[in-house]
Design a protein around this ligand. Structure first.
Ligand code: C2E
Ligand code: MG
Ligand code: MG
Ligand code: MG
Length: 282
């Protein structure tokens, strides 16, 4: 019997498995505690217009300021937050905090990453509405970044949710474009304003001619569908040159600005010439 064999093999009850479960349980408890004691912080990475290198917007990226482990990257806790549903209160906090930060400036646009779990299970429209109204941020200055993952399950209901978000006046970006499995044919049915080309397509730019062709194809696709296109992960002057030559609309990457704490952002924005000077120095 399959069941007996499975049980006999100790597959589910090995000491290693117990360790893993214990570790995850400990992390989950730690995450709950961190939420309650407000250990999360947002960093902000500038997004620049390619033509002028002006800062057009900032992307809010969450970090966990852990009392023992220091600054923890989202890749190390978002997956478990998604599995446990903690992403819903965490995502709500991120929205509130990002809107509050952006409202401090006269015309800054902020973009916020939204997990597929938040999109499907939470009351995202209500959370967004509440974050806008409590911060006073105009909806036109909030952008939500979604990945292809949100489009995979129920197309009809995904379109409905996206339309409800658009009806609030926020804009929508498709993040990590090119890494998912969504059919290109569907793209025209979704009300996205922006495509963000995943950094894995930007990294080989300048080294490999075929990588440039792929980026050019995404740029034409975006143009054909009336979307603005942003390149993510711009790290070198050569990548910058190629992307500007190919008329990519906006750029983001370590070359142009790393994710930074709010205080540093306010210094950057106080001197708008600064980021342009930095980038044109390359
Ligand atoms: P993402 O939304 O695609 O964000 C871009 C990631 O690329 C960020 O990593 C950023 O620091 C990094 N990056 C930016 N420029 C460069 C570059 O030039 N080179 C390289 N190698 N990397 C660059 P980070 O902050 O570690 O975030 C990783 C992912 O975690 C994000 O990818 C996003 O999917 C997720 N994430 C971050 N914050 C949130 C959040 O508040 N909510 C949710 N649901 N997910 C978040
Ligand atoms: Mg993003
Ligand atoms: Mg991305
Ligand atoms: Mg990503």
């Amino acid at each position: 019997q399959a069941k007996a064999t499975r049980r006999g093999s100790h597959q589910f009850y090995s000491p290693e498995m117990n360790d893993l479960i214990r570790q995850r349980r400990a992390l989950e408890i730690d995450l709950r505690r961190a939420l309650a004691s407000q250990e999360f912080v947002l960093h902000f990475q500038p997004r620049l217009r390619a033509e002028t290198l002006q800062v057009m917007a900032v992307e809010a990226l969450v970090r966990w300021q852990h009392p023992i482990h220091g600054l923890v990257a989202p890749g190390d806790f978002i997956p478990l937050a998604e599995e446990t549903g903690l992403i819903i209160p965490l995502g709500d906090w991120v929205l509130q905090e990002a809107c509050r930060a952006a409202a401090c400036y006269p015309d800054l646009v902020v973009s916020v990453n939204v997990s597929p779990v938040q999109f499907r299970n939470g009351d995202l429209v209500e959370q967004v509405r509440a974050a806008l109204s409590s911060s006073g941020l105009p909806a036109s200055r909030l952008e939500l970044e979604l990945t292809e993952g949100v489009l995979l399950e129920n197309i009809e209901s995904a379109i409905k949710s996206l339309r409800a978000l658009k009806a609030l006046g926020v804009s929508l970006a498709m993040d990590d474009f090119g890494t998912g499995y969504s059919s290109l044919g569907y793209l025209q049915h979704f009300p996205f304003d922006r495509l963000k080309i995943d950094k894995s397509f930007i990294a080989p730019l300048g080294d490999r001619e075929d990588s440039r062709s792929i980026v050019q194809a995404i740029l034409s696709l975006g143009r054909a569908l009336g979307m603005s296109v942003t390149a993510e992960g711009v790290e070198s002057a050569e990548q910058l040159r190629v992307l500007r030559d190919d008329n990519c609309d906006e750029l983001q990457g370590f070359l142009l600005g790393r994710p930074m704490p709010a205080e540093q952002l306010s210094e950057l924005l106080a001197d708008p010439a600064r980021s342009m000077a930095e980038a044109s120095a390359v």
